[in-house]
Each structure stands twice: as structure tokens, then as C-alpha cells.
Design a binder for this molecule. Structure first.
Ligand code: AMP
Length: 124
């Protein structure tokens, strides 16, 4: 696991050094709009803790952080109207490392919706 680099852009957002368009904040989790949205709904769900990737988070976060993260996804998908309770669904994507084409090395889950999302993976 690469060491966490606390100069990454999401660490700076969490420290309040640069602005973000927050949709939801809980004890351990922040949800904000992606700056380059790929769909009518495109938010990023991040833990406040310093985790590089999903596997880092899943292996090392506390149970409280893991539950809070997933409950935040449940809440925000409902609030944004893309949960299956009342909506047409969404895609959740997390990229990890070079093969996953992860740009920002702070774990984040993309939530995309508001239109049919097409094929899951383009042929390589
Ligand atoms: P990934 O390739 O999974 O690491 O995705 C990183 C995402 O972060 C991209 O969708 C970017 O558009 C988004 N992003 C980068 N900088 C910001 C920022 N300052 N505020 C919101 N989203 C950002």
C-alpha cells in the first residue's frame, strides 16, 4: 500500500484549504459534487480519514467509519433521487491505483446517475 500523501486535493478539501460543493457531511464522511460531472448526478463520497484506496479503507478503517461511509451513500442517493426507493438507480465506482486509473490518492466512491450509464467498462 503506498503511503498516504496528505497534499492530495481531497485532503486539502477536508482541511478547508480549498472550497467544495458539499451535499452531505457526517461524523466520518463527506459527500461533494465532482468538479467535472460525467452525469446529471455525480458526487464523490470520501471518508474523512486518511485512506488511499478502497482496499486500504476496507482493511484499516474502523467499523464506525465503514458503517458511516455506507450509510452516507444510502442517504445521499435517496436525497439526490437516484436510490431505487423512488428513483431509477445509479452507478457506484471506485478506482484504485494505476490499473484502476485513480487520479486522486484519497479513497472516494463516485455516485453517478440521472441518466442511463451505458456499458460498465469500455473495451481496453
Ligand atoms: P479518480 O480518477 O477516480 O481518482 O477521480 C477523481 C475525481 O475527482 C475526478 O472525477 C475529478 O473530476 C474529481 N475532482 C478533482 N478535483 C476536484 C475538486 N477540487 N472538487 C471536486 N472534484 C474534483
Amino acid at each position: 500500500m503506498p503511503a498516504y500523501d496528505d497534499s492530495n486535493i481531497f485532503a486539502r478539501i477536508l482541511r478547508g484549504e480549498i472550497p467544495n460543493d458539499t451535499v452531505l457531511e457526517t461524523e466520518h464522511t463527506l459527500v461533494f459534487r465532482d468538479i467535472r460531472p460525467q452525469a446529471p448526478v455525480h458526487v464523490l463520497v470520501i471518508p474523512k480519514g486518511a485512506y488511499v484506496s478502497y482496499d486500504d479503507f476496507a482493511a484499516h478503517a474502523s467499523e464506525a467509519e465503514i458503517v458511516d461511509f455506507h450509510r452516507a451513500i444510502a442517504k445521499v442517493t435517496r436525497e439526490l433521487g437516484v436510490a431505487l426507493e423512488g428513483g431509477l438507480g445509479f452507478r457506484a465506482i471506485t478506482n484504485a491505483g494505476p490499473d484502476g486509473v485513480q487520479e486522486v490518492p484519497h479513497f472516494h466512491m463516485h455516485i453517478l446517475g440521472g441518466r442511463p450509464m451505458g456499458r460498465m467498462v469500455q473495451p481496453g
